[in-house]
Design a protein around this ligand. Structure first.
Ligand SMILES: CC[C@H](C(=O)O)C(=O)SCCNC(=O)CCNC(=O)[C@H](O)C(C)(C)COP(=O)(O)OP(=O)(O)OC[C@H]1O[C@@H](n2cnc3c(N)ncnc32)[C@H](O)[C@@H]1OP(=O)(O)O
Length: 255
């Protein structure tokens, strides 16, 4: 079964769905490569107006990096290769010249929250939880998530989410301003997402592109990229720690 489902509808929305429910939609290299290709296609195709990322099933949007695959990475150098690959993809998602939405159909943890933060808007089902839980694994965000969070949330809210490293209800994340719209769990989430996007879809693709290009200009600097990839290097350093190795082993060996 394909790790990603991709649909384009007549309204100009591209729906990118991580299709790995058996691993709570964890991100492996196949998902990374599919996301990179989708970002390229969305950027280039003027018929595409909006990119929506979501997860298959009702339980998870994305559980971050695939620990069953990435636990084989041990050294700082090995970790940095994977982290910087996904970091570069999230940087291109952050700076894409089309509006983007993370549609949180279920829980989002770790890199799943970094993926969501790279998007312009986050719409979430009520009753789900999300959290930058990397701290509980003895690491910090490794895909640029902290740098993006400090750009998009008030300082104390961003720092609180990172330091707490805890899953929080979508209702509370809505109060923090990380979630922009809550969708009742009784509603059809993609239909509700489309309704929220209707005012944007009424504009022409060139108008949407022009506003996004203006919006992301501030992140297309060497200074921002330097901070973004320094964060990734920091995660790679912590990746080697005994605390991280032990936390991953505990997760994978839990009965
Ligand atoms: C790579 C770095 C990156 C970064 O920060 O840059 C990161 O994302 S680090 C963080 C990596 N992610 C995690 O540590 C999350 C681990 N998963 C969980 O905490 C839970 O699974 C949760 C909260 C997402 C869902 O809990 P739930 O009770 O609904 O499900 P289970 O825990 O029973 O899991 C079901 C099934 O999925 C497998 N699974 C879940 N998450 C991952 C994952 N990230 N990688 C690989 N596999 C994952 C889990 O092992 C279970 O499989 P099973 O064979 O049934 O035991």
């Amino acid at each position: 079964m394909s790790a990603v489902l991709l649909e384009r509808d007549d309204d100009g929305i591209v729906w990118f769905t991580i299709n790995r429910q058996e691993k709570r939609n964890a991100i492996n290299y196949e998902v990374m490569d599919a996301l990179q290709e989708t970002i390229r296609l969305v950027e280039e195709n003027d018929k595409v107006k909006v990119l929506v990322l979501t997860g298959a099933g009702q339980q998870a949007f994305c559980s971050g990096g695939d620990l069953s695959e990435f636990h084989r990475l041990h050294t700082k150098e090995e970790a940095y290769q994977m982290l910087s690959k996904m970091g570069a993809i999230l940087y291109s998602l952050l700076t894409i010249s089309k509006p983007t939405v993370a549609l949180l159909n279920g829980s989002a943890v770790g890199g799943g929250c970094e993926l969501a933060t790279a998007c312009d808007f986050r719409y979430a089902k009520t009753g789900i939880k999300a959290g930058f839980i990397q701290g509980t694994l003895g690491i910090t965000t490794g895909w640029g998530g902290a740098t993006m969070l400090f750009e998009k949330l008030p300082y104390t809210h961003a720092l609180d989410l990172l330091l707490k490293a805890r899953r929080m209800p979508s209702e509370q994340l809505h109060e923090y301003g990380w979630i922009h719209s809550l969708i009742s769990e009784n509603k059809e989430i993609k239909e509700e997402c489309r309704k929220l996007l209707e005012p944007y879809l009424a504009q022409s693709a060139p108008v949407l592109r022009a506003y996004k290009q203006a919006a992301v200009q501030k992140w297309k600097t060497e200074e921002f990229r330097g901070r973004f990839f320094a964060e990734i290097e920091q995660c790679a350093v912590l990746w080697e720690s005994d605390e991280h190795e032990e936390a991953v082993r505990t997760f994978l060996n839990r009965s």
